[in-house]
Design a protein around this ligand. Structure first.
Ligand SMILES: CCCCC/C=C\C/C=C\C/C=C\C/C=C\CCCC(=O)SCCNC(=O)CCNC(=O)[C@H](O)C(C)(C)COP(=O)(O)OP(=O)(O)OC[C@H]1O[C@@H](n2cnc3c(N)ncnc32)[C@H](O)[C@@H]1OP(=O)(O)O
Length: 190
């Protein structure tokens, strides 16, 4: 479903990402922390009557939106997308901080799975699933600045799709690269 059909929900996910960022970086006094918790609990009360099954939920389904409206992975902004390659930008915000200004090591596979997985399933190809993801951490991936992300198909062998990707810092140096194997699902395979 196009994001234009659910503009308020799109705004809600943006607000959720902003809240994740702010909460992660905050050291509030106790009374402010309590008030923030109460507000979050109110949001849960407000939305829980509208819980739906996986096929009806909006998060993860909005392909036209950076991050597909899924607040788990950092939002990937696509600049150029073809059948065999994609490039774009990402910011690892404070929410993804591991330590000493570096993005958490687990957040990089999240981003690579999203970018490579999305590419593996585009261009009229049948759905595929990540079989492995090999991530090389070359330098720290900094929290804060905008980083360039590029990915392309390396090769295909039958049902096996091999894709590679890189993340570059503002100086153009590769902070991490990855190779992923995506296996096309057989008809009817769950
Ligand atoms: C979750 C569904 C994803 C589908 C999405 C589709 C559309 C969605 C729409 C939009 C998408 C937009 C963005 C997508 C963004 C992200 C996508 C993320 C994708 C994921 O995040 S998804 C979750 C994590 N993922 C799993 O939850 C996988 C669990 N797992 C399995 O579901 C099976 O394991 C499977 C299917 C992988 C293979 O099982 P299988 O029975 O179908 O095939 P089989 O085992 O026969 O392997 C066939 C050939 O691949 C070789 N092979 C297999 N595995 C290998 C390995 N690890 N290393 C080296 N070679 C390997 C064999 O050696 C053989 O090679 P050969 O043919 O040469 O002998």
């Amino acid at each position: 479903m196009p994001p234009a059909e659910h503009p308020e929900f799109v705004g809600l996910i943006e607000a959720l990402r902003a809240a994740q960022e702010t909460i992660t970086g905050a050291r509030p006094p106790e009374d402010v922390a309590r008030k923030a918790r109460e507000n979050l609990e109110e949001i849960t009360r407000l939305l829980s009557p509208f819980t739906v099954g996986e096929s009806e939920q909006l998060t993860g389904q909005m392909r036209g939106l950076p991050g597909r409206a899924q607040a788990l992975a950092p939002a990937f902004h696509v600049d150029v997308e073809g059948n065999d390659r994609v490039s774009g930008r990402v910011v690892f915000g404070r929410f993804y901080l591991g330590g000493n200004g570096a993005a958490h090591g687990g957040s990089l596979p999240l981003l690579f799975d999203e970018v490579l997985g999305r590419l593996a399933n585009t261009g009229g190809r049948s759905p595929s699933r990540t079989a492995y993801l090999h991530v090389n951490y070359r330098k720290i991936t900094p929290v804060g600045p905008e980083l360039r992300v590029e990915a392309h198909f390396d090769r295909e062998e039958g049902r096996k799709r091999y894709l590679v990707g890189t993340i570059r810092d503002p100086e153009g140096e590769i902070t991490a690269d990855a190779e992923g194997l995506f296996v096309a699902l057989r008809p009817g395979q769950p």
